[in-house]
Design a protein around this ligand. Structure first.
Ligand SMILES: O=C(CO)COP(=O)(O)O
Length: 214
């Protein structure tokens, strides 16, 4: 199971979380990645942890003020990027352009979606992975795998129908190893989570628990 930790804009110490994630990944062999804000990509990547961007623009170099370019995040050490997170929604054309920009730069991609219908649309665009995150459960502390297992099962089926090789992650309220195990039982290949780690007093122990059951 892939554990992708999105630090959002939480006021956590990104380097501390990254060091903890790198240590747990090394100790256990689990795949753990950290997605900090763009300004922290370089310092997070310097810890040796797998580093992801939270977003990239579809734009290339040029007159695009405020854009986060795929090439720039790759230069800073990111090897993957989220696109279309529930808190960073994009138009379809922008998801597609972001995917192409990420692909051209060699970044791995996860396109996020609210529900199984959007998962089908996202999977059609050909990302490396898709992630289903019901917005009402994001930050709730109630794991999607328990609160709404059907949405996860249906997302896996929807992705499988349109683009069988595309793995599905699930997210919202995931914070324990039992949640990750439940997500695996529902057919997902990873979890996308934030507050459970970003707000933890001891991120390393949360990460150890997250990867303990799979
Ligand atoms: O949005 C999420 C990850 O991208 C989920 O957030 P929480 O783990 O805080 O529910």
């Amino acid at each position: 199971m892939f554990v992708l930790v999105n630090l959002k804009a939480y006021p956590c110490d990104a380097e501390r979380v990254a060091r903890a994630a790198a240590t747990v990944a090394d100790d256990t062999g689990a795949r753990i990645a950290v997605a900090p804000q763009a300004a922290h990509l370089e310092s997070v990547a310097a810890t040796g942890v797998e580093t992801w961007a939270q977003h990239v623009s579809g734009a290339g170099h040029g007159s695009h003020t405020g854009s986060t370019l795929a090439a720039a995040v790759a230069d800073a050490g990111a090897t993957g990027t989220l696109l279309n997170h529930s808190e960073k929604r994009l138009r379809l054309a922008d998801v597609d352009a972001g995917l192409r920009a990420a692909e051209d730069t060699g970044l791995e991609t996860v396109v996020c979606a609210n529900n199984p219908r959007q998962i089908a649309a996202a999977a059609t665009l050909g990302p490396d992975m898709v992630a289903v995150e019901p917005p009402e459960l994001i930050g709730s502390g109630t794991p999607v795998s328990r609160a709404d297992p059907d949405v996860v099962r249906e997302a896996v089926a929807a992705a499988d129908e349109v683009n069988p090789p595309v793995p599905v992650l699930c997210g919202a309220g995931i914070s324990t190893g039992a949640d990750v195990e439940a997500a695996a039982d529902l057919g997902t290949e990873g979890v996308l989570l934030a507050s459970g780690v970003a707000k933890a007093d001891d991120p390393e122990s949360v990460l150890r628990d997250l990867v303990s059951e799979v």
